[in-house]
Design a protein around this ligand. Structure first.
Ligand SMILES: Cc1cc2nc3c(=O)[nH]c(=O)nc-3n(C[C@H](O)[C@H](O)[C@H](O)COP(=O)(O)O)c2cc1C
Length: 370
């Protein structure tokens, strides 16, 4: 029996296996609207046989977009555009679909990565960014405006409104983006948060706004919708956010009904020194899981099925997310099932692709037939 292909319950949401498709920005939306690219991209991933598909970081307000091409969920048009994509996915796949809701804060107003990712100039349509403190992400970059009480209230209600739209769309789960140096992470990290009010200073105060956002979102959607949080477990900078603080954050989230933690790292400072290597963030996931006692997703250079199997079998994490490897090989879970002697769901149109020696690979596929 493969651990990776054993079922799991994320709160009230049943998953067919432990493979999660990590959120991946496509920078291909127009005015926040999903388009044909999303139909093709998410459609392809929906046929992968993974246990959960998480839609890319989706901005809760216009100025929360990293680039002009970010997906958004802040207008009726955004909601309708995503509904079109989801309708097609639901016709052809039973994969549960989650969405990552986020706000880029001081890392907003940038070029798409394939144009260099640098800050936009006014001529290129730059906008005023916001953050916990008026500190730039990197020296020389435009200063963000520190959010005042009205700004905090606006951002919180934007998260709530987007979560309500996600629920109205029938999305199966919500992940709040509190990682990679974006707004909620900026509040957590002493590197980006130097406020002197109730939202900065001590760990408790730095956690206050992200926890308020979590509470508001949790209260805004039905209990059957799992709400989890993606964190950067460490800034990889001396004196920054670290694993111990992540565990404290996880414990606070657990008390509030958080359904899972998705453990990544880095992104808040150009000073970071990341020891990149296979599964380099898995030990962080394990520490957060043990310390906070929440269902945990490990992610980061997990590329081989045996590696993913070992992570789940050893209990280091409950779920394993894959990003780049599944872009490279969209049927990665099929190969994983083949290598681990497990079964995976595939669309009937593709059943004839099952290799002769792997007759049982799509064994339960008929169960999934609509
Ligand atoms: C194209 C691309 C887009 C990404 N966009 C997001 C995103 O929207 N939200 C997020 O939290 N992480 C994002 N990431 C990070 C991935 O979710 C993942 O954590 C990271 O790539 C490490 O996993 P991997 O080694 O399996 O690729 C992105 C990564 C890639 C390659």
């Amino acid at each position: 029996m493969s651990a990776l292909f054993s079922p799991y319950a994320l709160g009230a949401l049943p998953l067919r296996n432990r493979i999660v498709i990590a959120p991946m920005c496509q920078y291909s939306a127009e005015n926040g609207n999903a388009g044909d690219w999303h139909m093709i991209h998410l459609g392809q991933l929906a046929l992968s046989g993974a246990g959960l598909l998480i839609i890319e970081a989706t901005a809760v307000e216009e100025i929360g977009r990293i680039t002009h091409g970010d997906l958004g969920l802040y207008t009726d048009d955004n909601e309708a555009a995503l509904a079109r994509v989801l309708k097609a996915i639901r016709r052809h796949s039973r994969i549960p679909v989650a969405i990552q809701l986020g706000h880029a804060g001081r890392k907003a107003s940038s070029h798409v990565p394939w144009e260099g990712g640098q800050c936009l100039t006014p001529a290129e349509g730059a906008w005023q960014t916001v953050a916990p403190s008026a500190l730039p992400h990197a020296p020389g970059e435009p200063l963000p405006v520190a959010l005042d009480a009205a700004g905090l209230a606006r951002v919180k209600s934007a998260f709530v409104r987007a979560a309500q739209r996600a629920d109205a769309l029938g999305l199966d789960a919500i992940e709040l983006h509190a990682a990679h140096g974006y707004l909620l992470h900026q509040f957590l990290s002493p590197i980006a948060n130097q406020r002197a009010d109730a939202y900065g200073g001590s760990l408790e105060s730095r956690m206050r706004f992200p926890l308020e956002v979590f509470d508001a979102v949790r209260a805004a959607v039905p209990g059957r919708v799992p709400v989890g949080v993606r964190i950067s477990a460490t800034d990889w900078v001396e004196g920054g956010w670290d694993v111990e603080q992540s565990i404290a954050f996880g414990k606070a989230l657990a008390q509030r009904g958080c359904s899972f933690m998705h453990v990544s790292s880095g992104g808040v400072s150009p000073q970071q020194k990341i020891p990149i290597g296979p599964g380099y963030q898995v030990p962080l996931a394990e520490q957060v899981k043990r310390g906070a006692g929440l269902p945990t997703v490990a992610v980061g250079l997990v590329t081989e099925p045996a590696q993913a199997e070992a992570i789940v079998a050893s209990g280091e994490a409950d779920l394993v997310a894959v990003a780049r490897a599944i872009l490279f090989e969209p049927h990665w879970p099929w190969r994983a099932a083949a290598e681990l002697g497990a079964q995976v769901e595939a669309p009937p149109q593709y059943w004839r692709s099952q290799p002769r020696e792997l007759k049982a690979l799509f064994g339960d596929a008929r169960i999934g037939q609509r």
